[in-house]
Design a protein around this ligand. Structure first.
Ligand SMILES: C[S@@+](CC[C@H](N)C(=O)[O-])C[C@H]1O[C@@H](n2cnc3c(N)ncnc32)[C@H](O)[C@@H]1O
Length: 370
């Protein structure tokens, strides 16, 4: 989602003055974090500790969002790979300020952490990340990464010259993450497909995500301000779509796939997705521990509860008052399987018909009482 921020001239002046006082005006960007900015970001992104990085230097092409020979989008994907490894502040979105300055919505880096140059070098090597215009004084990537001014509070903060040296290899890595099943197709070689497809990387899947998405009517939901949980998220196809539908917080939980899901969502630009690796029902406390969210406004429980010890009290407790659940059964579940417990625990139990893309599964839309 592209974010459009609009400040009055007075707000812009106050933010710039604050940045100057905090010594946070760099050559290419400055940090906006007045109380107004922090409150706006907190309300929109439902997270604390965010700031706006405002790109405002003559050498930054505002229209194309070019930054030091890369684009802000590519630099953001790279920054978030470092963030996944704890080496950079995480970026939750990009956009423009007053339709003029490119911005990133980013964690504010502070503290006294020390740079870990050898780990940063390992991360750069793992994803084939290069740095443009290396100079004689810093002839190698490692030497560039060692520059103290590139680090704040133990986090790398300047990605202006970073670029993917081998996008093909990176995409192949992500494709490998999604495609795990073998499928023999008539007249074609044995192909690998995913359980969930990933059309952006041209990977087919066993399940028809588009059809299920529309069958549930999710394309018509307004998710502004909503906290969303995708239980048993698999490779995060629904997690990412829910983020694109506008949810500020979407948490995908699974006992597998999580580190690959983080890389994939980042590469596809779905930067507000969080992923939690835990096994349910035992690890249910981990969701709140890792995200700070105890109850969700929307819970997706699609073909998963049977794997998680079946329906039990912990499940409706994850739903906030007035919250909604899309609940798809699995295996031999049918309309009567859950009807009684659902009527007991939810104020509205709406039968939505059968999901038929992969066997036949019952589907309900549930609403928790206020
Ligand atoms: C049948 S798939 C459904 C995936 C997705 N919800 C969908 O409908 O497209 C079940 C998912 O639940 C995950 N899973 C199975 N048992 C689990 C457990 N005990 N805790 C967390 N995740 C689990 C699996 O790894 C898998 O991704």
């Amino acid at each position: 989602m592209y974010n459009r921020f609009s400040f009055t001239i007075a707000q812009l002046r106050a933010a710039k003055a604050g940045a100057t006082r905090a010594n946070e005006v760099g050559q290419e960007a400055w940090i906006a974090r007045t109380r107004t900015v922090r409150e706006l970001l907190g309300k929109t992104f439902l997270r604390d500790g965010l700031c706006l990085k405002v790109f405002a230097a003559p050498e930054i092409d505002q229209k194309e969002q070019l930054w030091g020979g890369t684009t802000i989008g590519e630099a953001t994907r790279i920054q978030n790979l470092f963030a996944i490894h704890g080496l950079a502040p995480r970026v939750f979105g990009v956009g423009t300020l007053n339709e003029e300055f490119p911005v990133q919505v980013v964690e504010y880096a502070k503290g006294s952490g020390k740079p870990d140059i050898s780990r940063a070098e390992k991360v750069a090597a793992k994803y084939n990340i290069g740095i443009r215009q290396l100079s004689e004084s810093e002839p190698t990537r490692k030497a560039y990464l060692a520059r103290p001014e590139k680090w704040v509070g133990g986090k790398l903060v300047d990605f202006g010259r970073f670029f993917f040296q081998n996008r093909k290899a990176l995409e192949a890595r992500l494709r490998g993450h999604v495609a795990r099943y073998h499928k023999k197709m008539k007249g074609r070689a044995d192909t690998k497909i995913g359980y969930q497809p990933c059309p952006e990387l041209r990977v087919e899947g066993k399940r028809d995500i588009d059809w299920r998405w529309k069958k549930m009517g999710l394309d018509r939901l307004d998710l502004t301000g909503k906290r969303v949980l995708d239980l048993g998220c698999n490779q995060g196809a629904f997690t990412r779509l829910l983020e694109r539908q506008g949810a500020p917080r979407v948490v995908g939980v699974d006992h597998k796939f999580i580190s690959g899901n983080r890389e994939l969502a980042n590469y596809l630009g779905d930067w507000r997705c969080d992923f939690v690796q835990t096994s349910l029902p035992k690890g249910r406390g981990d969701i709140a521990k890792r995200t700070g969210i105890e109850q969700f406004d929307l819970v997706m429980s699609l073909s998963v509860l049977g794997h998680m010890g079946g329906y039990a009290n912990w499940f409706p407790r994850l739903v906030a008052p007035g919250g909604v659940v899309y609940f798809e059964g699995q295996g031999s579940d049918n309309r009567s399987t859950y009807q009684k417990v659902l009527m007991r625990d939810f104020a509205q139990v709406e039968w939505m018909g059968e999901i038929t893309d992969h066997g036949v599964h019952p589907l309900w839309r549930l609403t928790k009482g206020a």
